[in-house]
Design a protein around this ligand. Structure first.
Ligand SMILES: N[C@@H](CCC(=O)N[C@@H](CS)C(=O)NCC(=O)O)C(=O)O
Length: 224
C-alpha cells in the first residue's frame, strides 16, 4: 500500500501519526503527484491528500476513513477504546479536531497572506476555531493524552489541528486561542513529548518551513 501525503497536510499527518503509533511498516509514504492533478484524480476523484492506494490499485480518500480502515486491518495495538463508550469519546474528540478545528483552520490559512486577506472571512473562520478550542476544553484528558490515558486516534487528529492553530492564527494576525484554554494548553505541552507525536510534529514543522520559503521566493519574484 502507498499513502499519498504531504509534510504540512494536517489530514495526512493524522494518518502518518496513526501509522507510526501502530508500528505499521507495510505502507510506503510518498508525496501526491500534485503536478499531474488529472492523474491524481484517477486514483481519487476528490483530488485531495491523503489517499491510501491499495495494492489492487483502488484509492481510499478522506483521512478519517483511512484511519478507520487501518484500525480494522491492523487492530493491534488498538487506537480505539476498550468499550463502545470509550470509543465514542475518542471519536468525539477526533471529530472536534477534524470538523471544528481542522476544516476551519485549513480554510483560514490563506488569510495569512495580508495582500489577499478578507477580514470578514478571516474573522468568521477564526471565531469558529476559537469556539472549537473552547469546546474541546470540556472533553480533553488531563493526563497528557486526549482520551483514555493512552495514545488513541483522538491524539492523531488533534496534534496536527493544534499545530496549525498555533502556527497560523498569529500569522493571520489573530490571537492563538490555545493559551485561553488551560486543559488544552497542558495537553499540548505534554503530547509533544510522545515519540509518535514528536515525529509527526517534526514533519509538520519541516512542511511549514518549506511553505514559508516558497512564499518568500514568490514575494521576491512578484515584488509583493
Ligand atoms: N476531509 C479531507 C480533507 C483533505 C484535504 O482538504 N486535503 C488538502 C491538503 S491538507 C488538499 O488536498 N487540498 C487540495 C484541494 O482542496 O484541492 C480529509 O480528511 O482527508
Amino acid at each position: 500500500m502507498r499513502l499519498y501525503s504531504g509534510d504540512l497536510s494536517p489530514y495526512s499527518a493524522r494518518v502518518r501519526m496513526q501509522i507510526y503509533a501502530k508500528g505499521i511498516t507495510g505502507i510506503e509514504i510518498g508525496m501526491p503527484p500534485v503536478f499531474v492533478p488529472a492523474e491524481f484524480r484517477k486514483l481519487s476523484p476528490l483530488g485531495r491528500a491523503p489517499v491510501l492506494e491499495l495494492d489492487e490499485g483502488e484509492g481510499i480518500p478522506e483521512s478519517d476513513v483511512i484511519c478507520e480502515y487501518l484500525e480494522e486491518i491492523y487492530p493491534e495495538p488498538s487506537l480505539l477504546g476498550a468499550t463502545p463508550l470509550e470509543t465514542a469519546r475518542i471519536r468525539t474528540v477526533s471529530r472536534i479536531a477534524d470538523i471544528y478545528l481542522l476544516n476551519n483552520m485549513v480554510m483560514c490559512m490563506p488569510q495569512a497572506n495580508r495582500a489577499m486577506r478578507n477580514d470578514a472571512v478571516r474573522d468568521m473562520l477564526a471565531a469558529r476555531v476559537n469556539r472549537g478550542v473552547h469546546e474541546l476544553e470540556h472533553y480533553i484528558g488531563e493526563d497528557g493524552f486526549a482520551v483514555s490515558g493512552r495514545l488513541t486516534m483522538a491524539d492523531c487528529a488533534l496534534v496536527p489541528a493544534l499545530f496549525l492553530i498555533e502556527a497560523f492564527m498569529p500569522a493571520c494576525d489573530v490571537a492563538d486561542p490555545i493559551p485561553q484554554a488551560p486543559k488544552v494548553t497542558a495537553y499540548w505541552a505534554a503530547i509533544g513529548k510522545n515519540e509518535h507525536a514528536a515525529r509527526t510534529l517534526i514533519e509538520l514543522r519541516r512542511g511549514l518551513a518549506e511553505r514559508r520559503e516558497q512564499a518568500k521566493a514568490m514575494a521576491a519574484k512578484t515584488g509583493a
